[in-house]
Design a protein around this ligand. Structure first.
Ligand code: ZN
Length: 276
């Protein structure tokens, strides 16, 4: 999955320091990232390679710190060029793909919180934690992380698969949706399955989670068994397709970095109850 980057180690503790020449820079221009790419493999520039330094510490990967570039947009310079973030989901190596994705989420958070939502003053960076603080009214803003569920609804040897309606993403998926204010994550499972398919489920079992930073969300993967009628009443505004698939007839049309893909493959292999 996206976050599985062993033996590399992602260190998310907020320990800002000054940028060193060997540290990596995440230079975004709107929804594009400055990197070198050859044969589906990316490289991210160091401060020394770009001849600049940056101030906004992001995170550390192995022994290299990553910094967000916040200055005026940089010009492309060989071999570094701006590549659309969306096309970086299928590149290697896995640890730099993950770093680019987390950096994209952090950059989006900074960009959308430049001004205080209470008093309108320009936000400042906290020196002690990953937070933005209003110097005028004191409001503190942390990175936005939205909890959401991925639900593999099973009925014996059948798995419920869906396709989103009206989106660029056209692969098969599991039932999914964001938690609403005031509900537990288990209630989110029941509500989303009912809303999208009209089905009831029971025997929820948490599988594992995934930081899906592309949408600033934290996914909670659940197995759930059909409870009662198997008749699907598809929510047409959300889904273009919702159907039961036999274990030996599951499509393999899904992303290799997603929790959805991992759960579909686990069900195909007959191991839906195992938790690694
Ligand atoms: Zn304020």
């Amino acid at each position: 999955m996206l976050q599985d980057i062993a033996p590399h180690r992602f260190k998310n503790e907020y320990c800002p320091r000054s940028c060193k020449p060997q540290d990596r820079l995440l230079v975004f221009s709107e929804d594009r990232l400055l990197c070198a790419m050859e044969g589906g493999v990316i490289e991210l520039p160091t401060a020394a390679q770009l001849g600049i330094s940056a101030e906004q510490y992001a995170f550390t990967l192995d022994d290299a710190a990553f910094f967000l570039w916040e200055g005026t947009p940089l010009e492309e310079r060989a071999p570094w060029r701006y590549i659309p973030c969306k096309s970086l989901r299928d590149v290697g190596p896995a640890h730099l793909r993950f770093a680019a994705a987390v950096g994209e989420s952090l950059a989006r958070w900074h960009h959308t919180n430049r001004y205080c939502g209470v008093c309108g003053a320009a936000m400042a960076k906290s020196e002690t934690e990953r937070a933005l603080v209003c110097p005028k009214c004191g409001q503190t803003v942390y990175p936005k992380i939205a909890p959401a569920v991925i639900v593999a609804v099973t009925d014996g040897d059948r798995l419920l698969l869906t396709k989103y309606a009206g989106r660029a993403f056209t692969r098969y998926a599991l039932v999914a949706g964001f938690a609403e204010i005031g509900e537990t994550i288990e209630q989110t499972v029941h509500r989303e399955v009912a809303e999208e398919t009209g089905l009831a489920v029971k025997n929820l079992r948490f599988y594992r989670s995934q930081p899906w930073v592309y949408t600033d969300s934290l996914l909670f993967g659940f197995w759930a068994e059909l409870d009662g009628s198997d008749e699907i009443r598809r929510q047409e505004s959300e889904l273009s397709e919702a159907a039961w698939f036999a274990r030996d007839a599951l499509p393999s049309d899904h992303s290799e970095i997603s929790l959805t893909g991992e759960m579909i493959e686990l069900f195909r292999a007959g191991g839906e109850r195992s938790v690694p």
